[in-house]
Design a protein around this ligand. Sequence first.
Ligand SMILES: *Cc1c(COP(=O)(O)O)cnc(C)c1O
Length: 843
Amino acid sequence: MSRPLSDYEKRKQISVRGLAGVENVSDLKKNFNRHLHFTLVKDRNVATPRDYYFALAHTVRDHLVGRWIRTQQYYYEKDPKRIYYLSLEFYMGRTLQNTMVNLGLQNACDEATYQLGLDMEELQEIEEDAGLGNGGLGRLAACFLDSMASLGLAAYGYGIRYEFGIFNQKISGGWQVEEADDWLRYGNPWEKARPEYMIPVHFYGRVDHGPDGTKWIDTQVILALPYDTPIPGYRNNTVNTMRLWSARAPNEFNLKDFNVGGYIQAVLDRNLAENISRVLYPNDNFFEGKELRLKQEYFVVAATLQDIIRRFKSSKFGSRDPVRTSFEAFPDKVAIQLNDTHPSLAIPELMRVLVDTEKLDWDKAWDITVRTCAYTNHTVLPEALERWPVHLLETLLPRHLEIIYEINQRFLDRVNAMYPGDLDRLRRMSLVEEGSIKRINMAHLCIVGSHVINGVARIHSDILKKTVFKDFYELEPHKFQNKTNGITPRRWLVLCNPGLAEVIAERIGEEYISDLDHLKKLLAFVDDEGFIRDVAKIKQENKLKFAAYLEEEYKVKINPNSLFDVQVKRIHEYKRQLLNCLHVITLYNRIKKEPNQYFVPRTVMIGGKAAPGYHMAKMIIKLVTAIGDVINNDPVIGDRLKMIFLENYRVSLAEKVVPAADLSEQISTAGTEASGTGNMKFMLNGALTIGTMDGANVEMAEEAGEENFFIFGMRVEDVEEMDRKGYCAKDYYDRIPELRQVIDQLSSGFFSPKQPELFKDIVNMLMNNDRFKVFADYEAYIKCQENVSALYRNTKEWTKKVIKNIATSGKFSSDRTITQYAREIWGVEPTRHKIPAPDDPRE
Ligand SMILES: *Cc1c(COP(=O)(O)O)cnc(C)c1O
């Protein structure tokens, strides 16, 4: 087995990292020292590693500035259609290395830090993740920003600058403990506050229908302070903007009518107003109807729409015509993409501005709104769909509630005209749900108020049309589209797996980095001994490096020659981490039964955060650690089987574990995972997938060829049929002895000897109340895992399948996804045309 390359060796050989020209390197060193002195106010005697990180970050940031200003100036001059991606989450991760990759500065910076006697990887590890997201939805937004910039679109990400991102997960006694994510503590060198563009946002108050129009009055005002982060495209000199809003109390906040002693309290109460942008709600695929969350959703929408309209009016185009005619052009100059229903208030808010402020008539305003907005649906799970109680909207946003009612009235009139007297249809399609608590169905609002609605994988988009939004599809079939998700190959290959990126570039050049379909050319190398060896060698190096990381950080030793079997994603019943657990226990029982049989060694790693209020998810984490405690310390097992819980799974940990994985677990119940994007990261990085026919797995298997994919279990149709006939877990328990043994062990406290009852909730759920039918796929899963192990014994055949997977993963670039959004929803054309670079050699 070969040792990992040293950094120095990598520096010499790697071409995808950009050039390390002598002038480049000496300038970088000079600027690094300048920032250490003038920005950090330190010299090398007293500088800490963090000072060095910040000096490097500022040095790299300088290279963005000229490009950023020029790009925005270019947009002003050319006035292209602007694309606004509205999202409550942007799961960005770290920025330093991504900036170096996209600017082609990586090699030069490596060399500069090396010559300065600093360790680049150590500096990069100091950067906090920008964890402003929960999982797939937030990470998708981040990948989209990278692709939109790389494709030269005049795009903006708009969201909230949470002071606390997704919590840090600690494991204590096998349980998850949440810790606040104070990511801004040491400052954020990548953002620029823009107090000059502060915007007022109104809440509460009442509606006055006076003779000169409708007015929303007596409101409370909170200010939205924008922070801009540059989003560089891949080597095209484009730098777009992500603008995140922070809540500020106005200086006169609560001071209007204070009495003696009220002043201090009034100043202290400013915190209440500023709580709006304090913390990210940590739920993945779950709706929690809290007022503060509703405030966040309106806050981002109201500030963003004012910004959009201000930019439209001040654009060359918008300012030429009088307001009334210029708004006719609004949908030609502006596209608003709603990332799930979280920013759905954009629809009534745009109506409010156009009707109440700009005095357009309703029909004109509605036409503009619908043609401007488009909605992406991310889930069909009922518990995830936003249905806001009317009483919350009534007090917080009274005018918006009126507008929603008006939208609903006009919509139901249309439906009634199409299907006269079909009262049940009217009830099903209404934006307003009657019941003990009256609610607004935000997905219905989005469908009615958008010109396009899309799902995020083919199977998911089909399910939307066939089931959840069937009535809406019947009414307006032309609105429904599919946009299969993707990931950016810059972060998810070039950045996280430079070894693989390089051996690919050696065979097919570097063009694949901005046009991932070029990976197809690797099919010519499937039988190439040299390439097979290189791919296997890189994987082994990545595994050794990850094993070293686990040992260093967590003091756990794993066998780097074992099969790395990885399931990392938010912990959720529908994702079926429990099915994985049942497999691990089954393997354990098999080894114990026949300890002298040969066994393909496996290290099973499960990682992910549980929403703090999700009891079952937290129990699943405890179960994984409890299984590990038994298995990992059993001398009969040795290093043939290990179960590791990967603590605090986040973007920067994904960048480490994905390149080291042999097997990717994508085992959700068919019909429940909308797309998944973790699945794509693994495919691109040379893991094979064991998965159900769910989400994007379906299209991944289609691209790779089913013979190169480990597909198992029920299809959507099977699940539907089982729902009709009824799922009975007990039948499987009675029929399958190995399953029965596993469940009996869980029930009897085999994995929790000090608390035999500990896992009774899990067993009870699996036996009596399992919405996700774990037992129904158990046998097929175990069988499929046997095929995985058998193939793994033949490194060459395994690696050939790996190469076929990498070669056919091109479809899952977010560049392809964004190109389709651009052409089929936004009506703009992507380009790899380069904006001219700035003259300053530093830039
Ligand atoms: C990609 C990613 C996800 C999404 O993973 P799925 O397996 O698609 O759910 C979640 N969290 C992080 C940190 C990611 O990078």
